[in-house]
Every structure is written in C-alpha cells, then in structure tokens.
Write a protein that binds this ligand. Structure first.
Ligand code: GDP
Length: 296
C-alpha cells in the first residue's frame, strides 16, 4: 500500500470512529485493527505496529474518560502522536554551521538516488548562502563522475573528481583538502553505491570516513523498497555512523514502511525527502507536518 493510501485508510478509520455513537473498547479495538492492518500492508515492521497498538491502548483509559467526545479526542491524538513517533527518533538533526568547514559524506546503495540527492542538498545550502563543493568518490560505477559533473554544472556548484585516479579514498581526501584550502563552508562527498551490500562497499565507506572524518554521514534510501528497508538500514548502520537519513522517491510509489523502518533501524532522523528528479525536489522533513499531510 503506498503512502497516500495508507493515510487515506487511517483517516477513514478515524472518521468512522467519529460516527460511532458509543466509544468503548470494542470501537477502539476495531479502529486499531484497521490502522495496524494498514500499517502492516505498508510494510511497517510488525514489532513497531504492535508497539503502536499497545501505546494507544495504554493512553486511552475508557473508564476515566467521561464523555464520548473526550474519548474520541484522546484516541485521535494518541494515534497521531504514535504515528509521528514512528518517523521521529527524537534527535535534533545535525546542521552545517556557519563559519566552520563542514564535511558531509553520503552513503547508500546504487540507484537509491544518492548522487541526485547530493546535488539537491548542495543546491539547498547554496541557496542559503553557503559556499558548497561536491566530491565524487565513486570510482566503481563508470559514468558516476560524469553524472555528478553534469548535475553540479547545471546547479553551478563546484565539483571535484578524477578520470585517472582509481582509489576512491585518495579522491575523497584530495577533493576535501582542495575545497578546504579554498575556504568552502560545506563539502559533500558522494561515495560508491554498488548494487548490493557487498563487503567491499562497506570497507570502502569505512576507509573514506576514516580519511575525511565527516561531521555528518547521510544515509540515502529509496522510499519504494518496502520490506527490504529494515535489513538495508541495519547493514549500513553497522558499518558507518549514520547521522541522518534522506528518503528518496517519495513522489512515486513509496510505502510508509520504508521510511519508518529506516528510522527504527538506525535511530537517526530523516532530514529531507526527495520528491522528484529535479534539483529543487527536496523537502525538509519534520514528523508532525509529514503525518498531517499523509492523513490529508
Ligand atoms: P545513485 O546510484 O544512488 O547515485 O542514484 P541516482 O542519483 O543516479 O538516482 C537514480 C535514479 O533515481 C535517477 O533516475 C534519479 O533521477 C532518480 N531519483 C533520485 N531521487 C529521486 C526522487 O526523489 N524522486 C524520483 N521520482 N526519482 C528520483
């Protein structure tokens, strides 16, 4: 079930509750059954769904709440809060600081939208007045540097890469030191994605991280992958210190489960979502507006 459908179904269940003449345990159970069913169909991890059910039931005390109006309100609020907490680990996301040379490293599987998101983020901070540079440390995929070069040129963002150097760690170090020397505020390092979670990919990420010492590592994940999200996010978290998450392709057939699993598996906050292929298709993420919008 895609995100819009998930929102519509939860909303439908909440609306059905407001039409119930009597709000009792039976009505609450029916609501939770519908909401939890919808979450499971959206690939949200079963343990998290179970937790949501328990938390809502804990907050709603049928005997203490006098009127049905009160009960409805408490139930609606607690469902809303629980949905928010699924996408909010309660951590203040890292932000580049003015007056400092901030280094950000991107990690993620090939095809996740990593290179596109690098340029989107660079462009976002450029619009905020920062001097931003992009480093292409992906020597694995033929054409990776050309892609970054093309995207960066279109956005008028300085870039660094090499057609001759084969060592991604060397490129990352050279690019970062070049931009540091030129007093850049934000240096974004794109790393190789490869198509699978191979041992070599994680070893390479660790080496690049050790060499450039990023202030923040952003994990990019395709929002349409559903059930696979949990294992993927866990695997990345084991190798690198994930600071924040960007979920891409939220304009397409994204299910809610992908984003929710990534947060649960890493304990890191989603900072942006990708909402299209163009440069400006990047939305700042915060849990409450996201859930409100999902519910329509
Ligand atoms: P990488 O291999 O992880 O670097 O992935 P790319 O940045 O090359 O992106 C893979 C494909 O996904 C490209 O066709 C992008 O245009 C597309 N893409 C990236 N982000 C988004 C997004 O937020 N929405 C949509 N619809 N497409 C995206």
């Amino acid at each position: 079930m895609v995100l819009n459908e998930l929102g519509a179904r939860i909303n439908g269940a909440l609306q059905a509750l407001s039409k119930e003449p009597v709000i009792d345990d039976k009505a609450l159970d029916a609501l939770l059954r519908e909401i939890c069913g919808a979450l499971l169909e959206s690939d949200v991890n079963v343990r998290l769904v179970q937790q949501l059910r328990v938390n809502v039931k804990k907050r709603v005390n049928m005997e203490e709440l006098a009127s049905s109006t009160n009960k409805r309100k408490v139930i609606q609020n607690s469902v809303f809060d629980e949905l928010c907490s699924l996408v909010d680990p309660g951590i203040e996301p890292w932000q580049p600081r003015k007056g400092k040379q901030n280094i950000v490293m991107f990690v993620g599987l090939q095809g996740s939208g990593k290179t596109t998101s690098c340029t989107k983020l660079a462009s976002y901070y450029k619009r905020k007045g920062m001097k931003v540079g992009l480093v292409c440390a992906d020597t694995f995929r033929a054409g990776a540097f050309d892609q970054l070069k093309q995207n960066a040129s279109r956005a008028h963002i300085p870039y660094y890469g090499s057609y001759t150097e084969a060592d991604p760690v060397q490129i990352a170090m050279d690019g970062v030191s070049q931009f540091k020397k030129d007093k850049f505020d934000l240096i974004i390092v794109d790393t190789s994605g490869r198509h699978k979670q191979e041992v070599e990919l994680f070893a390479e990420m660790e080496q690049i991280a050790a060499a450039v010492k990023p202030d923040n590592t952003i994990f990019v994940m395709d929002g349409t992958i559903g059930q696979a999200a949990d294992a993927q996010a866990r695997a990345f978290k084991q190798s690198v210190d994930i600071g924040s998450i960007i979920i891409t392709k939220m304009d397409g057939h994204a299910k809610g489960g992908g984003a929710i699993s990534a947060v649960a598996a890493t304990g890191s906050p989603i900072v942006f979502i990708g909402t299209g292929e163009h440069m400006h298709d990047l939305d700042k993420f915060s849990a409450r507006p996201f859930v409100s919008k999902m519910l329509g």
